[in-house]
Design a protein around this ligand. Structure first.
Ligand code: ADP
Length: 201
């Protein structure tokens, strides 16, 4: 059974152009749920989530009330088990937050968009009706990320990319592909996906 309203996931590796593509959907009047931004908001503001994180990672998880991202990252980077425990707290919390957001936005447009870097890894793809994967060559992604995030070194970026699902894997699971190599304009691709989803409703 399709969702009502329909839900479109937009994903892709770091620097592929997810946020850029979502800005285009927003121009068409489609509400956008940014799962990564909401996860950051939740670890800063949701008391239940904060307590669950402290229980596992200890008092250093928060520094003067602020989520200690560097500390948590240093632990989960070395321990897949701890990463799994962290995800088991954050993914359901984002899932609940998304459900609430759907209720608040469902009457605003024929479909809603969820933007997430981890759409397949978190299992949340099952709840979506369509998934668009944004892709671009690695060298171009590297160049764009270096311009966007000058504080990140090439090594750090390569490390993030190698820890993500490969673009090829994501593309195999997509219902729509969005080519952000610069060879094809983005706007007509987004408009075509919008038309295809709206036509089928
Ligand atoms: P993601 O959200 O997937 O990490 P972004 O949408 O932030 O990627 O894109 C990465 C960077 O590349 C941003 O600074 C963005 O403005 C730029 N960018 C994305 N797509 C294009 C494009 N087609 N042409 C030029 N710059 C682009």
């Amino acid at each position: 059974m399709p969702n009502k309203p329909l839900l479109l996931g937009v994903t892709g590796g770091i620097g592929s152009g997810k946020s850029t593509v979502c800005q285009l959907f927003a121009v068409l009047g489609i509400p956008i749920y940014n799962a990564d931004d909401r996860a950051k908001w939740i670890v800063s503001n949701d008391l239940e989530t904060r307590k669950a994180i402290s229980d596992i990672f200890g008092p250093d998880s928060f520094l003067q009330g602020e989520y200690n991202r560097a500390f948590i990252a240093s632990i989960v980077f070395q321990s897949p088990e701890k990463l799994q425990q962290l995800n088991a707290i954050i993914h359901p919390a984002v899932g609940r937050d998304f459900e609430l957001w759907i209720k608040l936005n469902q009457d605003k447009a024929p479909y809603l968009v969820k933007e997430a870097a981890l759409l397949f890894d978190s299992g949340s793809q099952n709840k979506l009706d369509h998934i668009a994967v944004v892709h671009a060559p690695d060298a171009l992604r590297m160049k764009r990320i270096r311009q966007r995030d000058p504080q990140r070194s090439e090594d750090q970026i390569r490390n993030i990319i190698s820890n993500q699902m490969t673009q090829e894997e994501m593309m195999k699971r997509a219902s729509f592909l969005i080519d952000n190599s610069g060879k094809t304009l983005l706007i007509p691709q987004v408009v075509a996906i919008n038309s295809s989803i709206v036509r089928d409703i």
